[in-house]
Design a protein around this ligand. Structure first.
Ligand SMILES: C[S@@+](CC[C@H](N)C(=O)[O-])C[C@H]1O[C@@H](n2cnc3c(N)ncnc32)[C@H](O)[C@@H]1O
Length: 400
């Protein structure tokens, strides 16, 4: 019988011991959701020092772990770190220090609590953050687009044979690009607003059209003349009404096609990625209400969607195992072969926490129980192991 690699590998141990055992540069994407230093009574320990010392102690805990994580990231990899207002400012500076400010990609706002926290004295906080850094921004293979956010209603026009599209100005609307900065893109096109035909050379019934801004200032096209010649059917000549009255212009027909993706914004809404409430419900359905602060699988799936479908994923603060669950769901959805390495320490569950009340002695028992439930329900397989011997000690490393 062929041996298949399981989707999920759970390594039980302190991530500071585990990370150096993983093969260097073997991971494509890291997602982590470390303790936020709230001092709350979650299943796990969430207070790193008190008073003025607490930020320093939290940063001292995170620094060697992020440094070790950087070593296992491939040159094209990126890291996504969930965090809230308690430590976001300190984490941003720490990530700048470990990864370099030039490798900062985004500070995404994630609307995980759409109703907002009603308990505080001021605003009802309804979001947290996802800090995104590349190991090396120049080679990063993160594709920040999604097919999920493409709306058919954004393509209101339809051809006779039923293809949907929208008009985009062929003129470059960014004022940085003009005949001085991009002289080769300032050239005349020929178009007929009756037939819609566009060409680079004069034809019967055509008007000469130069690119102009709304105020009449000279502009440039977005396409070179050879590209116009290659794709004349994707262009249309139309009469438009601007500030200065009617003029003839050229538009691109931008098609709604199979596999079309759209750039992701830096605000991720609960309707799109789920909320803490939906995450608790997901966990309850598969295992029971045993972890107070899981992330929704939709959030992790959006992260995974930015990478190839055979990505090696690492989460070294695995908690209830959401990243492993999301990885199996993503593979089922698109036939991908992603693999996830999940790490959680066997720290004792906090007395009185829902995990402890449910009979779990350690947090990693919760991680394992969820990943076993995911395997039983959806497949994918699971390997559970303790801290492997460090790479270089003659042992097989976990990732590729
Ligand atoms: C905020 S929770 C992660 C929740 C997770 N994202 C989910 O959706 O369930 C943080 C986790 O990190 C674990 N943890 C904290 N310090 C750790 C360490 N040094 N090594 C491994 N795991 C650790 C805690 O036990 C806890 O489960």
């Amino acid at each position: 019988m062929a041996v298949t690699t399981p989707t999920n590998t759970l390594i039980v141990g302190d991530n500071l011991d585990v990370l150096p055992t993983l093969a260097p540069q073997s991971v494509d994407v890291v997602y982590i959701d470390p303790p936020y230093n709230t001092g709350n009574g979650f299943a796990y320990h969430d207070r790193h020092g008190t008073g003025v010392e607490r930020h320093r102690m939290w940063v001292d805990m995170m620094r060697p772990r992020l440094t070790a994580a950087r070593e296992v990231m491939a040159n094209h990899a990126a890291i996504f770190v969930s965090i809230d207002d308690n430590e976001v400012a300190y984490l941003r500076l720490l990530l700048d220090e470990v990864f370099g400010e030039r490798n900062f990609i985004a500070q995404v706002v994630v609307n995980l609590n759409p109703k907002g926290r009603q308990l505080g004295p001021f605003f009802a906080t309804s979001h947290e953050y996802l800090l995104v850094y590349a190991r090396d921004a120049a080679h990063c293979r993160l594709d920040p687009t999604s097919a999920e956010t493409v709306k058919a209603s954004d393509f209101p026009l339809t051809t006779e044979d039923g293809r949907q599209y929208r008009h985009l100005p062929l003129r470059n609307t960014n004022k940085k690009f003009n005949p001085i900065t991009a002289p080769t893109l300032h050239y005349p096109l020929w178009g007929d607003p009756v037939s819609g035909q566009v060409a680079t050379a004069r034809f019967e019934g055509a008007h000469e059209i130069l690119p102009v801004f709304g105020d009449g200032a000279p502009a440039v096209w977005r396409w070179s003349a050879p590209r116009v010649d290659e794709r004349p059917d994707d262009l249309v000549c139309r009469v438009v009404r601007g500030k200065l009255g009617e003029r003839i212009d050229v538009h691109q027909r931008d098609w709604l096609h199979e596999g079309r993706r759209k750039k992701l914004p830096t605000i991720w809404l609960a309707q799109e990625v789920g909320s803490t409430d939906t995450a608790v419900a997901e966990l309850k359905q598969i295992l029971g209400p045993v972890f107070a602060s899981p992330k929704p699988t939709g959030l992790i799936r959006r992260v995974l969607d930015c990478f190839a479908d055979d990505a090696v994923v690492l989460d070294f603060f695995a908690g209830s195992g959401t990243t492993g669950h999301a990885t199996v769901l993503a593979n089922l959805a698109d036939g991908g072969t992603r693999r996830a390495i999940l790490v959680n320490s066997a720290e004792p569950t906090q007395p009185g926490s829902s995990a402890e009340v449910a009979g779990y002695a350690t947090v990693s028992e919760v991680t394992e129980a969820r990943l076993r439930a995911v395997d039983a329900l959806l497949g994918g397989g699971l390997v559970v192991q303790g801290v492997p011997a460090a790479v270089g000690e003659g042992e097989q490393s976990v990732a590729r």
